[in-house]
Design a protein around this ligand. Structure first.
Ligand code: GTP
Ligand code: MG
Length: 432
């Protein structure tokens, strides 16, 4: 007998009070779930108002119900959505009723998406995109995640795959006809295909770092001598008293992190210990931390007090501002966390610089993608080198191409070798 997975159900919306709460049911027992709660399944994909009742016939809630038939749903299975009133008691009562039914159980974390993957409704990269979209907090994150969820990475990888399969097929054909007259030299076409894929791979590989920053957030460190107003600036940017400020030099010791949305970019601002020579061991530790975090940050904002010679080296592209603008006369490059002067311009400059970094991102977003693409790129480099040695080495080049295709397939979770061979041989162009 064919294996039939359990029908699973879970609250799809956030727990707690809300206008509406959605409970999703997926699997072959959706019909029974509907029968137990309200009767016949409604017309597919049409919202219908139904009175939900428990097994004793007592009312549970009035709900909008939606039915998605197999293959036309998120999971690929039959899906029933119950749009309930968003009350903890209503949701609990409905979940209780569902768990009493045979063949139904509460879903595990990620199980709906897992089924969508298993049923081919989403590829692996899209699953990652979906996770990122749900986690997204800023515009840049939303846009990037949506691109991946929409399948752009799969499309890109699919294009590379097609080119490499064509290249492999050309080589295979030459190998099979090695003893006969081969009318055409395939190597220029193969090399052309490899070059175009390698160029695109290189761009994407280089973009992963920026895409990762968009995913996890950019770090911007505020640096400067003690007492220049770093913590006051951080608080002004954060719009709250995130860090302690005082007139005593050496107030901040640990690195203080504040996550925020700067014009759509996810940014973690770091307030740090004032940099100076010190005999105080704890302060020294704080300064070391400040240096390390600042070095690893994506951007540094230096605050400099007039007349001071700060003990640091800005990197090219870093932002430098004169501190305590309200105490200076007409310094266009000065800011004040106290009065707010220059803060808006500072935010603009920070976002401009980070946007520049973000602009280097491509479609691939993760270290996993980068590793797969780099592996494929290495295989292609090897294939390219071997090709130059002549037709006797095409066998090895073809093997490198297959490895490259497998590496790229792992991006979308398609790693079936049989299927790969089928495709290679079905695209054979010289009739046999
Ligand atoms: N007039 C003026 N005073 C400021 C400004 N920013 C900060 N201050 C004052 O300068 C003192 C030090 O401010 P902090 O923000 O604690 O300075 P900090 O750079 O974080 O100092 P450390 O944590 O010790 O390194 C406090 O008394 C602040 O009120 C400013 O823009 N104008
Ligand atoms: Mg401070």
């Amino acid at each position: 007998m064919a294996y039939v997975p359990d029908t699973i159900f879970a609250l799809a919306t956030a727990p707690g009070k809300a206008g509406v709460a959605v409970v999703r049911v997926s699997g072959s027992h959706v019909k029974e779930a509907a029968a137990a709660l309200f009767g016949e399944l409604p017309t597919p994909r049409m919202a219908s108002l139904r009175l939900l009742k428990d097994r004793e016939g007592r009312r549970l809630d009035q709900a909008l119900v939606l039915y998605f038939p197999e293959k036309n749903s998120f999971t690929g299975e039959e899906v029933l959505e119950l749009h309930l009133h968003g009350s903890i008691a209503v949701v609990n009562a409905v979940l209780r009723e569902l768990s009493d039914l045979d063949g139904l159980r509460l879903a595990e974390a990620g199980e709906f998406t897992r089924r969508a993957l298993e049923n081919g409704c989403l590829d692996l990269a899209q699953v990652e995109g979906l996770a990122d979209l749900i986690d997204s907090e800023t515009e840049a994150q939303r846009r990037q995640a949506l691109r991946v969820l929409s399948g752009d990475l799969g499309t890109l990888a699919g294009g590379w795959r097609e080119n490499l399969i064509r290249a492999a097929a050309l080589l295979e054909a030459t190998i099979d006809f090695a003893d006969e007259e081969v009318p055409v030299d395939v190597s220029p076409e193969v090399q052309g295909l490899l070059q175009s894929v390698r160029a695109e791979l290189a761009t994407e590989i280089a973009g992963v770092n920026a895409a990762e920053r968009i995913r996890t957030g950019f770090e911007v460190a505020i640096l400067g001598a003690p007492n220049v107003g770093k913590s006051t600036l951080l608080n002004a940017l954060a719009g709250r008293e995130a860090a302690i400020t005082s007139e005593y030099a050496g107030t901040t010791r640990d690195v203080i992190e504040v996550r925020m949305d700067l014009n759509g970019l996810p940014v973690t601002l770091l307030d740090t210990a004032g940099l100076r020579d010190t005999d105080d061991h704890v302060e020294w530790i704080g300064i070391e931390r400040a240096r390390q975090r600042a070095e690893a940050a994506d951007l540094r904002v230096f605050l400099v007090e007039q007349g001071q010679h700060p003990d640091f080296e800005p990197l090219p592209g870093d932002v430098i501002r004169a501190a305590k603008a309200d105490m200076l006369e007409n310094d266009a490059n000065a800011i004040s966390g106290k009065t707010g002067q220059g803060i808006a311009a500072l935010v603009d400059e920070i976002t401009e610089k980070l946007s520049e970094q973000a602009g280097r991102s491509g479609i691939a977003t993760r270290e996993r993608h980068r590793v797969a693409m780099s592996r494929a790129n290495d295989n292609l480099a090897a294939a390219d080198a071997v090709l130059a040695l002549g037709p006797d080495h095409y066998e090895i080049a073809a093997e490198e191409l297959r490895s490259a295709i497998r590496a790229l397939d792992s991006i979308v979770g398609r790693v079936d070798v049989e299927n790969l061979l089928d495709e290679i041989f079905s695209s054979f162009c010289i009739g046999k």
